[in-house]
Design a protein around this ligand. Structure first.
Ligand SMILES: Nc1nc(=O)c2c([nH]1)NC[C@@H]1CN(c3ccc(C(=O)N[C@@H](CCC(=O)O)C(=O)O)cc3)C=[N+]21
Length: 281
């Protein structure tokens, strides 16, 4: 039976360090504040925004959710983002994706001040990640790395296979694993012989957004399986991995819920602190 890679335990282990960094910020009389932009009526986004606000409150970090209707115009959303980007009171901006249909997301993301881009959406931060530099990077990919780190799973020299190539998860995770000297393969909908490739993985990251898509016959015995999926099936949150059978083959596995998702919010907190440390100077 696979070892459980527990997201709640990982997040709890990060808490001490994050609180210490926050205290140091407050000694400099800097009070971080998070702006969450929730445009439209995506349920997962509303749930996550509320969850994020609760976690921020737990750290004593003020946050404000800017709820905007589904029919907000690009001009209105653009001016909100621009105002928040210039507002010295605001440390970080978390814009929930996806945005309402008809809004040009790239255009809106480009208006976010990169130094406040706590979800690593801007080209500036994507470029920094690409170049192996420091920056503010996406919280879900960083949650994957935090779990590996917490459990002492060193990607160096390992075969890492990522299924999914989204800008939000698949691509950033592969770059972060590459930076830790893994040998990285990115699979996607056009990949042939997917099973042969995934069965070679020492570390398999499922980020394709299909419930139960990763089955036991796709996993090398003893492999580390990281499930980034957040799918709602019959009102339950399930991952991209067919959990029961895969946990009998894998060496270690993240559950959903209670895995990557539970660490994502801690990664937002960390990015707010990092942004604050830069702004407090
Ligand atoms: N710019 C942007 N960044 C995001 O990271 C982003 C987003 N937009 N839009 C919405 C999705 C959704 N999302 C979740 C993250 C964690 C949980 C989470 O914590 N889930 C818990 C509990 C889930 C449950 O029990 O239902 C868990 O997996 O343990 C859920 C949903 C981030 N999102």
């Amino acid at each position: 039976m696979a070892d459980i890679l527990d997201g709640k335990e990982t997040a709890a282990s990060l808490e001490k360090v994050l609180r210490a960094r926050l205290a140091a910020l407050r000694e400099k009389h800097y009070e971080p504040k998070l702006a969450v932009i929730l445009a439209g009526n995506s349920k997962p986004s509303a749930m996550y925004a509320a969850f994020m606000q609760k976690v921020a409150k737990g750290y004593g970090i003020e946050s404000e959710i800017f709820r905007e209707s589904e029919d907000i115009t690009e001009e209105e959303l653009g001016s909100l983002i621009t105002d928040l980007s210039h507002d010295r009171e605001i440390t970080g901006i978390l814009m929930m994706m996806p945005l309402p249909a008809g809004i040009d997301s790239e255009k809106m993301i480009a208006l976010i001040n990169p130094d406040k881009d706590v979800d690593g959406l801007t080209d500036t931060n994507a470029g920094r990640l690409f170049a192996g530099k420091d920056g503010l990077f996406g919280c879900t990919p960083r949650a994957v790395m935090a779990i590996l780190d917490h459990y002492g799973i060193n990607p160096d020299g390992k075969k890492a296979v990522i299924i999914g190539r989204s800008n939000v998860i698949g691509k950033p995770v592969s770059l972060m694993l590459l930076k830790k000297n893994a040998t990285v393969t990115i699979c996607h909908s056009h990949t042939k012989n997917l099973k042969e490739i995934t069965r070679e993985a020492d570390i398999l990251v499922a980020a394709l957004g299909h419930a139960g898509a990763v089955t036991a016959d796709m996993v090398k015995p003893g492999a580390v399986v990281i499930d980034v999926g957040i799918n709602r099936v019959n009102g339950k949150t399930v991952g991209d991995v067919d959990y029961e059978p895969v946990s009998r083959v894998a060496g270690a596995i993240t559950p959903v819920p209670g895995g990557v998702g539970s660490v994502t919010t801690a990664m937002v907190i960390e990015n707010i602190i990092t942004a604050g440390e830069k702004q407090a100077k």
